[in-house]
Structures are given as C-alpha cells and as structure tokens.
Design a protein around this ligand. Sequence first.
Ligand code: RIB
Ligand code: CA
Length: 305
Amino acid sequence: MYRIIFDTDPGHDDILSIMTALAHNSELEPLSFVTVAGNQTLDKVTKNILKVEDYLEINIPVYKGLNRPLVKEPQPQPAAHGESGMDGPILPEPQRKVEELSGVDYYRKVLSGNEKVTIVALAPLTNLGYVLKEDPSLADNIEQIVLMGGALNGGNINKYAEFNIWHDPEAAKIVFDSGIKVVMAPLEVCYAGGILIKETVRFRHGGKASKLVNDLFDFYCRYAIDRGWDKTAVFDLIPVLYLLKPEVFVAEQGKVDVILDGEDTQGQTVFTKGEGNHIVLIDANREECMKIFFEAIDTLDKRLG
Ligand code: RIB
Ligand code: CA
C-alpha cells in the first residue's frame, strides 16, 4: 500500500489521475492533496479540487500550497485548461473547505513524522522545492517522488522544456538534486500511453464518474482536435498508472539534470543513462494503460451509484 500525497494544480489531467487512484483504494492510500500555482492560480486550482471532492463525495484533506514559483512569476495556461483551470464541467461552488494548516507547514509536519510517504507530483515542484531547500533532511521521509514532468526530445512550453518543470525550474532542480528517488514521466511516455479521441465517447453513457470524465474531456480534447490529432496525452495519469502497474512501462535508470537558463532551454531536463537514482519512463503499452483507466472509472461509477 502506497501512502500518497498528491501535489497538484487541477487541471483536467490532474483530476483524471486522482480519480484513477481513488478507484484503487486497496493499493493506494491518498493521504492529502497539496495544491500549487501552475495550470491556473492557486485559488482557482484549489477551488477545483474542492469542487471535485464534493462531486465525488470524498473527504481527503486539501492543503493550499504556494501561489508562485521560487523565482519566476506565475504563468497560468488558460489555452490548455481554461480560465477556471478546469473548464468544461459545471460544478457548484465547493462546500468543502481547505485545511487551516498551509501546504508548506503540512509538508514540514508530515515529513517530520515516522512513516514514509510517496509523493505523486502532478504540477510545478514549487512546494517540494521550497520545503527541501529550507530543510533538506525532510527528504528522509519521502519514499519516492513519482512525477509527471520533463521532456527528452522536445518541449510543450518552449523548444525543450515541459510546463511543470519550466514553470519553476529552480524548485525542480532542488528536487532532482535532493538524492530522493524520483520516477519521471516525461512528455514522450505520456503520449505513448495516451487516449484516442474516439475512445472518449465511452464516457457519454456511464454513471456519475463517467459524466465528470466526459465533461472534462469535452474541453480538454479540443486542443488535440483543433490540431487534427487523433490522440491526446492524459499527462498526469501516467504516475498513478506506474504505481498501479509498473510493468506496462519501459523504464531506464540514470540521472536527470534541470537547466535553469536560456530562452529555449530553461526547464529542460537532460537525462544521462547509467548511475543515479532517477527512473525515467520512456515507453508505455497504450492499451494496458487505457484498460486500467477505463476500469477505474467503471469502478467509480459503480461506487457512486
Ligand atoms: O505539461 C503537462 C503538465 O502541465 C500536466 O501536469 C498538466 O496538468 C500541467 O500541469
Ligand atoms: Ca498538473
């Protein structure tokens, strides 16, 4: 059983990943959500996870993390996720509230405990970079960080960098240089394990969970459809799929370095195979990935009735 902290900026794909995890409560124990500025402002992404908790009838503690990167200015991405950060679903204002404790103080507290945790990082690494910079010993209680981020051959936010790393490269460098075991799911494996646009129609005829997925994809897939693609990546899904079934991925070991400067290279992740405690996922069995995802949503449909 993995005791998981989700570090997240919901975010359509963040929610789809979290839903998949929620369907597997015998393998994954979500301890908390810690939000961070990324896809949209901190307030907007925090409201999104609270809305989804109401809708899915779950009560996992939500902690507000940091509202801006360690050095750069926040750079929300309305083109990919809309003004709300989760355009598409129409959900009421949240009833659930965030915890009093800040996300940073929560990390200081839980990482000073005596039980190790797995962090599933689906967003810029600002929160982790901040707490590890302040107290590197907090790394001792992190079993591993399984993250969506990075790119091996070309970026989605500049020529070489992927958004989560680019948004806060200084924080990402702290995390990758911390000595913690990191499993990285770069852009390439997310596309390899992506969903066919035609597969998304299955969610039009399901239950309550399927309706949320359908409404998320209705907005999220426009980006791919507008570009004539027949497939899209559900980026943040991959770290959860890896925890559930690592054998559906091809992985390589080595060391990842984060580049901090250069217009085209800021946020670039340079992977050197060989020595190191970084695992980089380089390929995926797409059908197997989708089987896990589809079955998870079916499970939530049955659970929600
Ligand atoms: O580059 C994709 C990543 O950026 C995903 O985590 C998405 O949610 C955004 O945060
Ligand atoms: Ca995300």
